[in-house]
Design a binder for this molecule. Structure first.
Ligand code: SF4
Length: 429
């Protein structure tokens, strides 16, 4: 069977032009994907059934036994944490929020360790964003700040920026100017027209200088800021002010360095400043394919995008106190459900050490670093391969994930739905 126009469920680009060939219950070929997407579609090291850790090692268990064990772990806990959610579809994320409310749990997603600061900044000053389609067809100046799409979002430049045709650009490739701002010369920087190398931690100062120069306050700026010469800053300001449409993209190189959400706020305010001269927009480079969706679903269900604590019976949100990292570092949490993410790969070691000492249930199709210490892992269908659902692209556009394989695995929605229903029964709801 051949399927056209399939979505790639790997990164926030959500490329929707993939052709997939499937045969005998396996994906046998893919076209148009990058290496990351190809490895996701062709990956075949999936767990066959739920596995439970015992004193004698791993033991195969049935889905019924796995659900019963998950209920025991979560219902007996005083402060359960439901973490992850960025690699599954919106329908499953909805059940997660209901479950957190029922349990009085904390629910958090991976944005608390990537673009959480972007959300805080957007809550303060708004988001002058647009769709990737607008960028592709209109933008003649692209700025990549603190991100490296060549390695993290490999088709971003060919689909939406540097190498993409633009409806309103005669010769898009020649007409576009690409500026890369980073602390080291990345592969993306090699492809840029202008590379600005700043000292680590210097983003806030450079953004402030650019804002002042766009305002015409050159005289305030010293000869060099965070390793960038005034001359180069002036050059960038001229390029941006003379653009017809300037699109800024930023990554964790901006959100997770010194200044964090203040950096992003400053970048948004630079875009506001540029909008006095031309059209300008800004977009976060979201990593997991549906981390944006997780923020959306949480927000329309609870009012908050991540780090939501239901222990008071209502939604409470205070990043820095209710994020997974804080709850784990304070050793508050006494059981965890991990869905569609791999915290062992990206949380601080202090948090991982605590996770290794409490009951952890992981719902994920593949063994990963978290498997090394979880007590139970339940495999599910892979969203976008053998499960359909809704995902949000990095620009906030919801797109339907297609199902290209028939398998026996339950989807995240089915499995979480069963766990939630059993919880409601126990709690008499
Ligand atoms: S850029 Fe991202 S969404 Fe597109 S094919 Fe590669 S991994 Fe998949």
């Amino acid at each position: 069977m051949k399927f056209d126009d399939v979505l790639c469920p790997f990164c926030g680009c959500l490329c929707d032009d993939i052709t997939v060939t499937a045969e005998g219950g396996r994906v046998t070929g893919v076209d148009n994907t990058c290496l990351l997407g190809t490895s996701k579609f062709l990956g075949d090291n999936r767990l066959k059934n739920p596995i439970m850790r015992t004193d004698d090692g791993w033991k195969d268990v049935t889905y019924d036994e796995a659900i019963a064990s998950t209920l025991d772990a979560l219902l007996e806990a005083d402060r359960p944490l439901l973490y992850g959610w960025s690699g599954t579809h919106g329908e499953a994320q909805c059940i997660g929020v209901h479950m957190a409310e029922l349990l009085g749990a904390v629910i958090d997603n991976t944005s608390s360790v990537c673009h959480g600061p972007s959300i805080l900044a957007i809550q303060e000053v708004g988001h002058p964003g647009c769709t990737l389609g607008q960028v592709k067809n209109r933008a003649d100046v692209i700025i990549y700040w603190g991100c490296n799409p060549t390695e993290a979002h490999p088709r971003h430049m060919s689909r939406y920026t540097t190498y993409a045709d633009g409806y309103f650009l005669d010769n898009a490739f020649r007409d576009r100017t690409v500026i890369v701002v980073d602390v080291r010369r990345t592969e993306t920087a090699e492809l840029a027209d202008v590379f600005v190398e700043i000292k680590p931690g210097g983003d806030y100062a450079v953004l402030s200088a650019l804002r002042a120069m766009v305002r015409g306050r050159d005289e305030m700026i010293p000869d060099s800021i965070a390793g960038v010469s005034k001359e180069q800053l002036r050059h960038i300001v001229e390029i941006c002010k003379n653009a017809k449409f300037c699109a800024v993209f930023f990554g964790v190189g901006l959100t997770m360095t010194r200044g964090k959400y203040k950096n992003v706020r400053n970048a948004i305010e630079l875009v506001d400043e540029l909008s006095r001269h031309t059209k300008a927009t800004i977009t976060p480079m979201r990593g997991h394919f549906n981390v944006y969706g997780s923020n959306e679903v949480n927000t329309w269900m609870s009012g908050y995008p991540y780090a939501i604590d239901f222990c008071r019976g209502i939604a409470f949100y205070n990043p820095g106190e209710t994020t997974a990292v804080d709850i784990l570092a304070r050793k508050e949490c006494d059981a965890a459900l991990i869905v569609a993410s791999d915290p062992a790969a990206h949380l601080p070691s202090k948090c991982i050490r605590h996770l290794a000492n409490i009951p952890v249930v992981q719902i994920d199709p593949y063994p990963n670093m978290t498997t090394a210490f979880c007590n139970l892992q339940i495999p599910v269908a892979v969203s976008g391969i053998d499960a359909e659902g809704t995902a949000y692209r990095m620009d906030g556009v919801p797109i339907r994930l297609r199902k290209v394989l028939e398998t026996e695995y339950p989807t995240d929605t089915m499995l979480l739905g069963r766990i939630y229903e059993a919880m409601m029964e126990v709690r008499g709801r």
